[in-house]
Structures are given as structure tokens and as C-alpha cells.
Write a protein that binds this ligand. Structure first.
Ligand SMILES: CC(C)(COP(=O)(O)OP(=O)(O)OC[C@H]1O[C@@H](n2cnc3c(N)ncnc32)[C@H](O)[C@@H]1OP(=O)(O)O)[C@@H](O)C(=O)NCCC(=O)NCCS
Length: 188
């Protein structure tokens, strides 16, 4: 896969693609503006100290698609970067992956992330031939849990003290969906 040309359409005006290194400033500003909101649930926010760190993050994403098949994409609304999502972990030989996501708060609650996850599930199961896709989120992150619940994932249980968030551990809710479940759910 070529990260320069990869594009996943979500809706008419929404696409997923790799963030380009020349967009480091835009990514940094988006994160910096929403630091408190993102920091509540995501462990990497403090490491985003400036556009240089964002550029490293972008280059890391491009490197990881080449070496590990990971797929960490920008969400673009009419060409404007509004968030990020993708396969933040993938074990290609076992055909399984995990999805991570965040979106700028002014675009929350419009179903955009649900549609992005839907597009990524189609891509993961149909194009990458994955077998199992997982979403994990803090037990307290109700908004995040609404996404796998709405898309027919199975709740598997709680992983205790699963994620370290700056100064404390959070328990995670673990959800998964299998290829056959997604395909039969989407059969016409
Ligand atoms: C978690 C997060 C990505 C959810 O994004 P979101 O924009 O709320 O997600 P969606 O809009 O797709 O779906 C969730 C809600 O929208 C509703 N929705 C779905 N389709 C909709 C539509 N077409 N129109 C309006 N609302 C819709 C859903 O029913 C759900 O409603 P709820 O808010 O009452 O639960 C966002 O809150 C976020 O980035 N949070 C900070 C970072 C974070 O927590 N990341 C996840 C770590 S595990």
C-alpha cells in the first residue's frame, strides 16, 4: 500500500487518508486546542509538545504502515483535518487488529466516527482479510463505547487496570467483531 495515494471514502464530504508531513502544524494545532478533552482518555497527548513532535508522529505513522501494516489515518471533512482513527495495532499473520479514534469536539455526536469505523471495518474485513477487530475503551468513556455497541460488536469483558493515563490506571471495556459477523450483518 502506498501511503501517498491511499484514500478511504466515508461519506460524500468525509475521507480517511494518511496525514502528510507538511500538515504537522495543522495536526499540532488541532491537538493543542483540544488538549484537556483528549487527555481525559488518550495517553499520548503530553508528548505532543510542538509541530516537530507532530511531524515525528506523522513520519512514524508512514513508517509503521510499511513495516507493520498499521493504518493510522487523518479524518478529513471537506479537506480539513478534524481527527484521526485507524488500526493502531495489527497482527497481520493472526489477521487481527485494534481500532483507535479521536475527533475534534465540535464534530462529536454527528455520527462521523461511527461512519469512519464502519468504513474501516469494511476495508479491514474485505480488503485486508482480517478475521477479528477489537475496540477497547475506558469503562468511563461512554461516548467511545457507544460506537462498537451501535455497530454490533460483542462486549467481551473488562480488562482490569489496562491503560495507564498519566497518573492512574483505567479499566478497559473490550469489544470485538468477527469477519463473518460483520459480513452477515451487512448482507442485503
Ligand atoms: C469517542 C469519540 C471518538 C466519539 O465520537 P462521536 O462523534 O461522539 O461519535 P459518533 O457521533 O459517531 O457516535 C456516537 C454518538 O452519535 C450518535 N449518532 C450516530 N449517528 C448519528 C447521526 N447521523 N447524527 C447524529 N448523531 C448520531 C450516536 O447515537 C451516539 O450518540 P450519543 O452521543 O447519544 O451516544 C469522541 O467523543 C472523542 O474523540 N473523544 C475523545 C477521545 C476519545 O475518547 N477517544 C477514544 C478513546 S478509546
Amino acid at each position: 500500500m502506498n501511503p501517498d495515494t491511499f484514500l478511504l471514502p466515508v461519506r460524500d464530504n468525509i475521507t480517511l487518508r494518511f496525514i502528510r508531513p507538511d500538515e504537522a502544524e495543522a495536526l499540532y494545532k488541532l491537538v493543542d486546542r483540544n488538549r484537556a478533552y483528549l487527555r481525559k482518555w488518550l495517553p499520548w497527548v503530553d508528548a505532543q509538545t510542538g509541530p516537530e513532535a507532530s511531524k515525528e508522529n506523522i513520519l512514524g505513522r508512514i513508517e509503521k504502515v510499511k513495516t507493520m501494516g498499521m493504518l493510522d489515518l487523518g479524518i478529513y471533512l471537506e479537506g480539513k483535518l478534524i481527527g484521526s482513527m485507524g488500526f493502531n495495532r495489527i497482527v497481520a499473520d493472526q489477521r487481527k487488529a485494534s481500532i483507535g479514534y479521536w475527533i475534534s469536539p465540535e464534530f462529536q455526536g454527528k455520527g462521523i466516527m461511527t461512519d469512519c469505523v464502519r468504513a474501516l471495518l469494511d476495508y479491514g474485513f474485505n480488503e485486508r482479510h482480517l478475521h477479528r477487530i477489537r475496540i477497547q475503551c475506558s469503562v468511563n468513556n461512554k461516548r467511545s463505547a457507544a460506537i462498537p455497541e451501535q455497530l454490533g460488536f460483542t462486549f467481551e469483558g473488562i480488562a482490569r487496570e489496562d491503560e495507564f493515563l498519566y497518573d492512574h490506571f483505567e479499566d478497559s471495556r473490550i469489544y470485538s467483531i468477527l469477519a463473518q459477523e460483520w459480513k452477515s450483518r451487512n448482507k442485503q
